[in-house]
Structures are given as structure tokens and as C-alpha cells.
Ligand binder design. Structure first.
Ligand code: AMP
Length: 643
């Protein structure tokens, strides 16, 4: 969203920025969040080291999935992902692909056919999603995920978390960045800075200052592809260029495989499953598993027994077949890399190190493609799933004052310009300009006594505005009536360190403040954000219970593990002969059922989960003690017989 401010507000903003920079060292703990298309992660500085914080199930990343149940309950993360097959229409994944997008964008239309949930048009033309008649903006879904990450952090830290650095794909435009900031606000976070994912990864890679040089970060995640080229020197991380594709990632590989499986099934059975969302969801999960398997083995089988009546899916897939099938997707990474090298004025031989980020870079064919493009083996120095969150935490450390001698100089990924006569795009700030940056232009009138001027601002690289992204459309009014060409309206376009655009205006000859009227923008309005936050407050109680259920279920799982290990390793046959063994099995099954319900947000009370696992624990101790005594007796008997 292009933020339009008049001069007065602009000064206010400048003052706030100054204040923020003088108060830098006073920010308490700042967490770093990687809000990913598929998975998200949160990290924080511990001394001079960034550290990933595990979620309530002990995992270092959390699925970026949000689901709603009919009674209004909201599920986020693993609990949402686990129930996806049973609740396909109301389980939202990969919504980052929709963030800051218009309903009529071509990319949105592609997702329409591939996502089982409903994508709808909001009043302002943005793409939103719908569940049980309620509409949600992708920022709001992102907000729910950020909230979960905030809670994950708070479970590890002694105090509540307020401040965060959130990452975005480097190639995100203004609307997408602004929508991500909205998501932070919805989650109750003060997003101090939005930083680019590859830049964050480079921070994680280069913090210890032994890795100086020119570094290319190749980042292929679940939904987006970014390539950034940085010059790292003595704590200064200067981005030389960035490029990418905000609609290329693991999801596209999954879509391809799902289509392949559906076609194969139809060929063999004559049955088309594409209109059966639950089945497509099962196939989607199996397809992603197969894709991941093929990063480690040469051949895998996709098995889905009884997918439809008596019919099964059983397909063998080799790594070569997957490579061939997805070659066109892999090749889409080549051009952006070439453009980034060219923009940085570098040749591939100038690159000292190539870092891989994003889950998809584990695919061997992608690794060999990267090696071919750069003529060198990529480094495995950073963990592709964690580097982005770690880098965000490092930037958080810079803002909180915990890290002193690191400076980040990032760039704007897209050219900013305005529409001139005949729909021509006239650039003001070219792509790969270091941010923050301010550009001032003088506008005048074309007709005598004209008091208003229309200005349309676009981002993109094409010569005609119709091929670029309209980020704001505003009207300058209040120009004093003067002969044409005389008024001098000074318009300032300011891209801040988050890559977000601000506009202000002033009429110079009269010294009058010229007002700016926003005609159309995208994103959430202040009122919408407030409404969403209020709703969130109301849901807090429900969310708290949800969390307690997952915690109780996780504890119960430990009891099950201990019990089953004891049964299989220590007590064996003697236990199975015990008259109360079947009761022990009943306790185990009851606890497993409670775990399942607790984790999937099912109908069970927290106390019930705890009671069942406690009953199992007490019962198992009693029976184990008895069986141990029995084993002892038997051993003694045997020893006596031997003598
Ligand atoms: P990210 O957004 O970085 O979490 O990347 C997630 C994407 O990486 C998803 O599409 C995953 O299916 C994919 N992915 C994760 N691990 C692997 C792997 N070992 N091989 C291929 N793709 C993977």
C-alpha cells in the first residue's frame, strides 16, 4: 500500500524515525520471524548467537497453516495441518502467495484452480479467502501465524514479546510488504523492520566476519524464488542486486505432481478425482512426501490404498522423472540469476560463495542447476530452513543494541515510477537502489487555472504502465489557480528501509501545502485492522484452551512412549500373560485417543487428557511392579532348577 501523507504528517514520521534511531538501544527483546509460505520459524539472540525457538511440539519450524472449524474455533500450525484432509475447504495454506495481490491478478487466477479453499474478491479488489461465510484477508491469516510464532517465543522468554523483525521475499512489491506489516499489527507485534529473506540469510551466514566477499543467496522456498547478491565486508552487508519470482516455489512442484497422479489414476480407472477435495488433499500430501523423498533416494512409491472404492493409487516415481517433469520450473530460476548478476555488474566468476536457502534447494537437480549457473558448488554453511529466521533475529539484535557493528544496506527490488502521457512508465527510482531513498519531482499544470493533478504511481520494469503494478493513485488538489506551467508542485517519493513507499507534496510558488487524496489503494484500512485485533481479543480464551490441549497431549505422548518402551524392552511375555494386561491396553488406547483429539483440536477437555494419561501412568506402574516381581520369582525358580 502506498502510504500517502501530507507534509505535516511527513515531518511527524521523520521525527518518529529520528526518535527511533536515538532510542535504538532501548528496544527490549526483538524476535526474528521468518513468515514462510509453507513453514515459519522464530529466533532470538542469546548473547551474540541467534537461536531458533522450538514450538510447543518441540519442532523448529511450524507449518504456515490456519484452519477454522464450524464452531468458530481457529487452529494454527501443526494442529491445523493435521486435520487438513477432513476440513479441506476451511484449511488455509500457502496464503502468502495471495498476500498483497488483487483478485484479478493472473497469479491469483492460477491459485484458484489449485487451492481447495475459496478465494474471493474483497470490496477493494484484493484477493481474500472465505471460510464458513467469513472473509479473511491474507494479511489476517498471516497475522494468526505470526501470533503463533509470538506465543512460541514467549514460551521460552521471561517476558512478553512486543517487537519483531519479519522477513519477506526480496522481490515483494510495496503492497505485499505493507500487507506483511499489517499482519504483524494484527498479531499484536510492533514490526520494527521488514527485511528481505535472502539478506537475512546472508546475515546468518556472515555474522562471524570470517565470510567476507561477494555472496549470492539462492532462495527457493515453498512459494517464492529470490536471488540476491551481496558484498559482505567487515560487518557491512551491502546488497548489490536482487531479483526473483514471487510465484515460483515448492507449491508449484507439488501442483505438478498432483496433476500427474490424477491423470495417471484417470488413465487407469477412468475416474476423475479432481473434483473431490478430500482425495486431492490426500494426494497433495503424498505428492509432497514423494518430492521430498526423491531428494534422498532415487526411486519412491506413492501409495494411497482405497483412494476411491476398491481402487488404489500406487505409482513408482524416479528422481529422473521428477526432474524431467519439473525442468521448466527449475529453468525459471536461471533468468533472474542472470539479471541479478548483470544488475550487480558482476560475472559468475566474481561470486565467492553461493548460499542455498529454502526447503526446495534440497532437491539435487536444483543444486546441480545452481552449480551449472555459477560454475561452483554451492555452500552448505547455512541450514536452508533456519537461516532466514536467524538472520531476522540478528537484525533484531542490531535494533535492540545487542549487536553493535553490523550494518545492513538493502535495495529496492523494483523500479518506482509514474504514468506519463500515453500510458508510458516514467521511472523515478530504479531497481536495486539502496534504501532508504528519497526522490523529489516537480509537477506543474497543463491548463490555465488548473487546481488539481492526477498522479499514478507504479512499480515494475516494463515500459508501459499497464504491465506494471499500480501501487497508488492519488490526486493533488488545492493548487492555486495560476497560468499553466507556473505552479510548482514538489512531490517526494520516499522508500523507507522496509521498502515501503511514502509520498508527500508541497506547492512551491505559493508556499501552500498541497493536499493529497488517495483514490485507490490496496491493503487493510486502519479500521479493518482494529476490528480484526478486537476479534482476536475475544478469541483469546479459546486459543488458550487450544494451546493447553496441545501441551497436555504432548505430555501424554511421553507417557505413552515410556509405557510402550517398557512393554517391548523390559516385560515382554510375562506382562502379556498378566490378567490385567488387557486393561493396560485399554488405558493405552484411551490415552492415544485423547492425544489424537487434543492435537487435532477435537472434542475433549484438557482435564480429560491429563486424567487419562495420569490413569495410564498409575496403572502401568502398578502392573509393571507386579510383573517385575513375577519375573524375579521366575528367574529365582529357574536358577534353583539349574542347581
Ligand atoms: P520453505 O518455504 O523454505 O520452508 O520451503 C518449503 C518447501 O520446500 C516446500 O515446498 C517443501 O515441500 C520443500 N522441501 C522441503 N524439504 C525438501 C526436500 N528435502 N526436498 C525437496 N523439497 C523440499
Amino acid at each position: 500500500m502506498l502510504r500517502f501523507i501530507n507534509k505535516k504528517n511527513f515531518n511527524l514520521l521523520a521525527n518518529q524515525k529520528r526518535l527511533a534511531s536515538t532510542q535504538r538501544s532501548t528496544f527490549p527483546t526483538v524476535i526474528g520471524i521468518d513468515l514462510g509460505t509453507t513453514n515459519s520459524a522464530v529466533a532470538v539472540m542469546e548473547g551474540q548467537q541467534a537461536k531458533i525457538l522450538e514450538n510447543d511440539e518441540g519442532q523448529r519450524t511450524t507449518p504456515s497453516v490456519v484452519a477454522f472449524k464450524e464452531d468458530g474455533e481457529r487452529l494454527v500450525g501443526n494442529v491445523a495441518k493435521r486435520q487438513a484432509i477432513l476440513n479441506t475447504h476451511n484449511t488455509f495454506y500457502a496464503t502468502k502467495r495471495l498476500i498483497g495481490r488483487r483478485f484479478n491478478d493472473d497469479e491469483t487466477k492460477i491459485d484458484f484452480n489449485n487451492f481447495p479453499y475459496k478465494i474471493v474478491e474483497n470490496d477493494n479488489g484484493d484477493a481474500w479467502v472465505e471460510s464458513f461465510g467469513n472473509k479473511y484477508s491474507p494479511s489476517q491469516i498471516g497475522g494468526f501465524i505470526l501470533q503463533k510464532m509470538k506465543e512460541t517465543a514467549e514460551a521460552h522468554l521471561p517476558q512478553k514479546v512486543k517487537n519483531a523483525v519479519v522477513t519477506v521475499p526480496a522481490y515483494f512489491n510495496d503492497s505485499q510488504r505493507q500487507a506483511t506489516k499489517d499482519a504483524g499489527q494484527i498479531a499484536g507485534l510492533n514490526v520494527l523492520r521488514v527485511i528481505n529473506e535472502p539478506t537475512a540469510a546472508a546475515l546468518a551466514y556472515g555474522l562471524d566476519k570470517t565470510n567476507d566477499g561477494i555472496v549470492a543467496v539462492f532462495d527457493l522456498g515453498g512459494g517464492t524464488f529470490d536471488i540476491s547478491i551481496l558484498d559482505i565486508e567487515d560487518g557491512v552487508f551491502e546488497v548489490r542486486s536482487t531479483n526473483g519470482d514471487t510465484h515460483l516455489g515448492g507449491e508449484d512442484f507439488d501442483i505438478l505432481l498432483v496433476q500427474f497422479i490424477l491423470n495417471d489414476f484417470e488413465k487407469k480407472t477412468g475416474i476423475d478425482l479432481s473434483n473431490e477435495p478430500e482425495k486431492v488433499q490426500r494426494i497433495r500430501e503424498a505428492a509432497e512426501r514423494a518430492k521430498i523423498d526423491l531428494s534422498h533416494v532415487k526411486e519412491t512409491t506413492i501409495d494411497l490404498p482405497f483412494i476411491k472404492d476398491k481402487h488404489h493409487i500406487s505409482i513408482k516415481l524416479t528422481e529422473d522423472e521428477l526432474d524431467t517433469m519439473s525442468l521448466h520450473l527449475i529453468q525459471r530460476t536461471i533468468d533472474p540469476v542472470k539479471r541479478a548478476l548483470k544488475d550487480a555488474d558482476l560475472k559468475k566468476k566474481d561470486i565467492d560463495e553461493v548460499i542455498l536457502v529454502g526447503g526446495m534447494t534440497r532437491m539435487p537437480k536444483i543444486r546441480t542447476t545452481v552449480e551449472e549457473i555459477f560454475g561452483k558448488k554451492p555452500s552448505t554453511a547455512v541450514n536452508p530452513d533456519e537461516a532466514v529466521a536467524l538472520g531476522a533475529a540478528i537484525q533484531g539484535g542490531v535494533l535492540s543494541g545487542a549487536i553493535k557493528d553490523v550494518l545492513l544496506l538493502d535495495v529496492t527490488p523494483l523500479t518506482l515510477g509514474i504514468e506519463t502521457y500515453g500510458g508510458i512508465f516514467s521511472p523515478l527510482v530504479s531497481r536495486n537502489t539502496t534504501v532508504p531513498v528519497k526522490k523529489t519531482e516537480i509537477y506543474s499544470t497543463g491548463v490555465d487555472n488548473q487546481t488539481g493533478v492526477d498522479i499514478k504511481v507504479y512499480q515494475g520494469e516494463r515500459g508501459l504502465v499497464q504491465d506494471n503494478k499500480l501501487v497508488g493513485n492519488f490526486k493533488l488538489s488545492g493548487i492555486p489557480p495560476l497560468p499553466k506551467g507556473e505552479p510548482q508542485v514538489e512531490v517526494s517519493f520516499d522508500i523507507d528501509a522496509d521498502g515501503i513507499i511514502n509520498v508527500s507534496a508541497r506547492e512551491k510558488t505559493s508556499g501552500k501545502q498541497t493536499s493529497i487524496t488517495v483514490i485507490g489503494n490496496s491493503g487493510l484500512t486502519e479500521e479493518e485492522i482494529k476490528r480484526i485485533i478486537d476479534e482476536g481479543e475475544q478469541n483469546k480464551g479459546v486459543d488458550q484452551i487450544k494451546k493447553q490441549k496441545v501441551q497436555a497431549a504432548t505430555n501424554a505422548e511421553l507417557v505413552i512412549n515410556d509405557t510402550e518402551t517398557a512393554i517391548s524392552l523390559a516385560f515382554g511375555d510375562v506382562l502379556k500373560a498378566d490378567p490385567e494386561y488387557s486393561d493396560l491396553e485399554k488405558h493405552i488406547n484411551a490415552t492415544k485417543e485423547a492425544i489424537e483429539l487434543g492435537k487435532s483440536g477435537g472434542d475433549i477437555q484438557v482435564a480429560d487428557i491429563k486424567n487419562r494419561s495420569q490413569a495410564l501412568q498409575e496403572f502401568s506402574i502398578k502392573i509393571f511392579q507386579r510383573v517385575a516381581r513375577k519375573q524375579n520369582e521366575l528367574r529365582k525358580q529357574k536358577d534353583a532348577e539349574k542347581k
